[in-house]
Design a protein around this ligand. Structure first.
Ligand code: DGL
Length: 262
């Protein structure tokens, strides 16, 4: 019998679209529900306790409402802080998004990599652990930026974003002692791949980028392999708070035909 349960993507804002897009290409037959915690946005400047309390409770609520077969926490901040708690609380597969330090280290020739995320993500012990396990022989330059999150949200609302604004936001990373040899940056916030062109222009040609999107798309395809899908309803984007002006068109471009409030 075909199964109408969707795959649910969760982020504080529009960042999760950088995960939903490659996953859609990998699992085109699935129905997607996108949940943006716009009432709680931004996560990156919140403390751990607030995120640890908010994310499992909210995901419990939306899981009850939308009955997903699988949830992708398409947010590094929420995943590095609350992934274990969400897995404990819910009885469905949960895929988290954690900084792509392993692929960055595999790709780096200079053995100097960057981890560009939110302030809350880059200070997590989860990141220390990934760096120790997969990038033990690399210099790892971390930088947390709230400005880049704001710029990505603005871009997806249809506003223009200047390379100069992105340069200003990444300046502290480029001022780090080993930054001259930086060749690979892990985009450790799902908002940042949405600024791929601006980031490429700001960092220049010596630096390349990796993010979690392709790996998560493969993981979701493997977890849902052989499952049946019935698309009995259109894909929806659900906001916990205000829906920014201009966002409905963007969500429609990503095939979320309807935007609604939780
Ligand atoms: N997109 C989120 C992440 O991957 C965080 C953005 C925010 O600060 O809310 O970390």
């Amino acid at each position: 019998m075909s199964d109408p349960r969707p795959i649910l993507f969760f982020d504080s804002g529009v960042g999760g679209l950088s995960i939903a897009a490659p996953t859609r290409a990998a699992v085109p037959q699935a129905r997607f529900v996108y949940v943006a915690d716009s009432a709680g946005f931004p996560y990156g400047i919140k403390d751990e306790a607030e995120i640890a309390a908010r994310v499992p409770a909210l995901l419990g609520r939306v899981a009850e409402r939308y009955n997903p077969r699988l949830i992708v926490i398409a947010c590094n901040t929420a995943s590095t802080i609350a992934l274990a708690a969400v897995r404990n609380a819910l009885d469905i597969p949960i895929v988290g998004t954690v900084p792509a330090i392993k692929p960055a280290a595999e790709r780096s020739r200079t053995r100097t990599i960057g981890v560009l995320g939110t302030a809350a993500t880059v200070r997590q012990a989860y990141v220390d652990d990934l760096a120790a396990r997969f990038a033990g022989d690399c210099r790892v330059i971390r930088h947390g930026s709230a400005e880049l999150v704001t710029l990505a949200e603005a871009k997806l609302r249809g506003e223009s974003v200047s390379v100069q604004a992105v340069k200003t936001a990444i300046a502290p990373m480029l001022a780090a002692p080993d930054a001259g040899s930086l060749d690979t940056v892990a985009l450790a916030c799902t908002h940042f791949p949405l600024l791929a062109d601006e980031l490429a222009a700001a960092f220049g040609p010596a630096v390349s980028f990796v993010d979690g999107g392709p790996g998560i798309a493969r993981r979701v395809a493997s977890l849902t392999h052989g499952q049946s899908f019935a698309r009995t309803a259109p894909d929806v984007a659900v906001f916990t708070g205000p829906i920014g002006t201009g966002l409905e068109q963007t969500m429609a471009r990503y095939e979320f035909a309807r935007c609604t409030r939780l």
